[in-house]
Design a protein around this ligand. Structure first.
Ligand SMILES: Cc1cc2nc3c(=O)[nH]c(=O)nc-3n(C[C@H](O)[C@H](O)[C@H](O)COP(=O)(O)OP(=O)(O)OC[C@H]3O[C@@H](n4cnc5c(N)ncnc54)[C@H](O)[C@@H]3O)c2cc1C
Length: 384
């Protein structure tokens, strides 16, 4: 109790009464930020520079979403073994190492794969295909990745890169067994990413501010992955929402991360073959005795999974700003998810989450909404 009260005072002292009043009324900037007790950074918090003039580019991607959750499963495939590893929705980067570890464990001890030599075909060269390839190589397999597109042109490249196992399934639809699988994949992935933090894989720890108007749930199944984690109530934080949970997470700069994984696969003898498979027969004709399906949304057409659907996302990319050393999630009108990820390559503003929307077009009204809501969200912070 005392701890919380001291923190509250720090927060208020740091912002100054004017800033708090401004944040409550939704009015604009009031400088002064000294003494604000941030969990990791010692820098004052400053508002990102957000304007339409600042936009470098915008991108659209389709999250491979399954309400029932992602599929990791092995099955006979004629005289081969087929292992599925697809359908990770808005958390595929987050879950990559963990989900791929579960997929690889399906065949690690399989008699058949040992008898025929440890040779695997991986279909799909996004984050799932690449992490599956690396884990197989580390277990002594030789791999070939067959893919329609290299990672730079995939959904994996579009991802904002926040480590967070969210927007992955519909908890009202998914089974208890899936929820356990998700927990396990998240655990393995978290440990793996945490061991890889650093510039070479472009992974860093960063403060995360999660804003909401209703009190955050106390029983999140993922709270153990978030250090510090404390919630500030109305008036005790600089954002125009009732609540703000302060924590930290990892941020994966997907472009660099994927590039590095490709280098690692190649350095360990892996090969890439550009192929666009029309059906399962073409895949079955591959020479390898074990096949991993890492085609994401492509699994709908290739394997007839009607449960997978695109969840369209639109992102705005602004110039990077090292002064903004934090992420925010939440706030806005609720018409779409609002977030800001400050990376070294870009500052990313999101976004949208539109299940069933296959269109690839940018939507100008969404750009306008994201910009306007983001400007309002940061109006209580001083400008740099
Ligand atoms: C806007 C947006 C923001 C996101 N933000 C985050 C985030 O912050 N954190 C997070 O964890 N996740 C995030 N995601 C989700 C993440 O991007 C996906 O879950 C993840 O990229 C899925 O990886 P994947 O390898 O399964 O699929 P993909 O990256 O789509 O790769 C699929 C591969 O399969 C190949 N393929 C498909 N069909 C065929 C075929 N017929 N023949 C041959 N090859 C084929 C493709 O060419 C591609 O190489 C975001 C996604 C979007 C769109």
């Amino acid at each position: 109790m005392l701890h919380r009260e001291l923190k509250r005072r720090h927060f208020l002292q740091g912002l100054g009464a004017g800033a708090v009043a401004a944040s409550l009324s939704g009015c604009t900037q009031t400088p002064v930020n000294k003494g604000f007790e941030r969990p990791f950074s010692r820098n004052p918090m400053v508002a990102p520079r957000i304007s339409a003039n600042n936009i470098i580019t915008e991108i659209v991607g389709h999250r491979p979403y399954r309400a029932e959750g992602f599929v990791v499963r092995s099955e006979p495939f004629g005289d081969k073994i087929l292992v599925h590893n697809y359908g990770h929705g808005g958390g595929g980067v987050t879950l990559s190492w963990g989900s791929s570890a579960l997929a690889v464990s399906e065949v690690k001890n399989a008699e058949m794969s040992n008898a025929k030599g440890k040779k695997a075909a991986i279909v799909g060269g996004g984050v799932m295909g690449l992490t599956t390839a690396r884990l197989l190589q580390e277990a002594g397999w030789s791999v070939t990745i067959y893919t329609r597109e290299m990672a730079r042109h995939t959904t994996s490249q579009v991802a904002g890169g926040e480590w967070g196992p969210f927007s992955v399934h519909d908890p009202l639809v998914s089974s208890a067994a899936f929820k356990l699988q998700l927990q396990l994949a998240a655990q393995i992935s978290h440990e793996t990413f945490a061991r890889m933090v650093g510039d070479d894989y472009a992974i860093k720890w960063i403060e995360l501010y999660t804003a909401s108007n209703t009190p955050p749930k106390a029983d999140s199944p993922f709270s153990q992955f978030y250090p510090y984690r404390d919630t500030y109530g109305p008036g005790d934080h600089p954002f125009p929402t009732n609540y703000c949970t302060v924590s930290a997470t990892m941020l994966v700069e997907t472009a660099t991360f994927l590039r590095r994984l490709i280098q690692d696969v190649r350095a360990a003898g892996g090969e890439f073959v550009i192929r666009d498979f029309k059906d399962q027969d073409e895949i079955h004709a591959l020479q390898e005795p074990v096949v991993f399906n890492c085609t994401g949304l492509g699994s709908r057409a290739l394997f007839g999974d009607e449960g997978i659907t695109p969840a369209k996302g639109q992102l705005i990319l602004l110039p990077p700003d090292p002064a903004v050393d934090f992420l925010t999630v939440g706030g806005g009108s609720g018409k779409g998810p609002l977030y800001m990820f400050s990376r070294n390559d870009y500052m990313i503003l999101g976004g949208t989450f539109k299940p069933g929307d296959w269109s690839k077009q940018l939507e100008p009204q969404e750009t306008e909404r994201i910009l306007t809501e983001s400007q309002a969200f940061f109006a209580g912070l001083p400008k740099s």
